[in-house]
Design a protein around this ligand. Sequence first.
Ligand code: GLA
Length: 403
Amino acid sequence: MTRAHWYPPPSRQTEQRCIELFESTYGGAPDGVWSAPGRVNLIGEHVDYVGGICVPFALGERTWAAVRSRTDGILQVASGQLNAPWYGHIDHIAPGRPDGWAAYPAGVVWAMRQEGLLPAEFGGADVAVYSEVPLGAGLSSSAALECALAVALADLHGGGSGEPGSERRSALVKACMRAENEIALAMTGGLDQAVALHARAGYCLRLDCDSEEMQQVPLPLERHHLEILVINTNAPHQLVDGQYAQRRASVDRAAQLLGMRTLRQAFSVEVTLARLVELGEDSPELLRRVRHAISETARAGTAARLLAEDRLLELGPLLNASHASLRDDYEISCVELDTAVDASLEAGALGARLVGGGFGGSAIALVHDTDVEKVAEAVASAAAARELAEPSFLLAEVSAAAG
Ligand code: GLA
């Protein structure tokens, strides 16, 4: 029988490891330690950049950043997970420079300076980061890294990082998005940064990416004897490889043809697809992409309403429909994700879907708490039977924002 591989549960020891990494790298103590969570998007996938609705929550797994100010303009970053530490002058940070993982912390410094969130006399920093958010698993380790550093720098130099829900936090969301879009050159949409900075423990964030309105909707899994099983397929997941940008370009083009600011202005799937055909755009692929964008926002809106009405047990079909749409219309699934979703459902999950950018990374399954082991074992066995990478599992803890 396959034994499922579980991640160790989140622990305050990670904070201690981060401090030790700081001390062994730079000598002496940091000015402080901050952290930001990874995330799962319950539903509303690949719609943040089309003005859609997303319903993410923060995970218990966090990325920690120990930070000490400098005065000579140098930024140094060391990571407990990735070797190659980086240092450079803050004036030399530019699009694509540095590349690799250092683009994220360096990008935050650059964007916070651009946005006036750091004073002109900001003199750089020594930074050590330690992450328990699995890297490259579609659980937003990069936004956790950005947001941990952003709250650190805002607290040390920017007049405070504010509370979740505040305008100050939204300004930090914008800076972290700019870091990712303009320095790391990943054209992502802002969902990850918003939840890392605005989440509340026990709640999903209903994020309207058109009006930018946010609402906290409860996700009381325990009261309903439910768990969200997170399945990292361990299939490599990479957002900077062009597929994400291609999807985004398709839906942007459709909105432009339709004369809409975003696809959120679209009325219904049928009317919108008919209009595109009238306008001479009849590529089946583009029409499928648009169908996903519009239908997924409708599903996310419905899911948020079910949460507000405490009808968690009814979420399953929406999760399944979301996965089917991402697989068939948006075409961002893969054999590892489909295997995890199918095996979860066969073993009794109420619903399952891929989460995050897709093309590998993680899936979630909504399961009765008594079925957790059974579903995990079934997913592990299905992967083994197909000779796929061995998946890793964790149980989602619906957690709080960066701080
Ligand atoms: C990645 C991006 C987000 C979002 C999701 C898909 O996580 O960073 O902005 O587009 O993919 O929902």
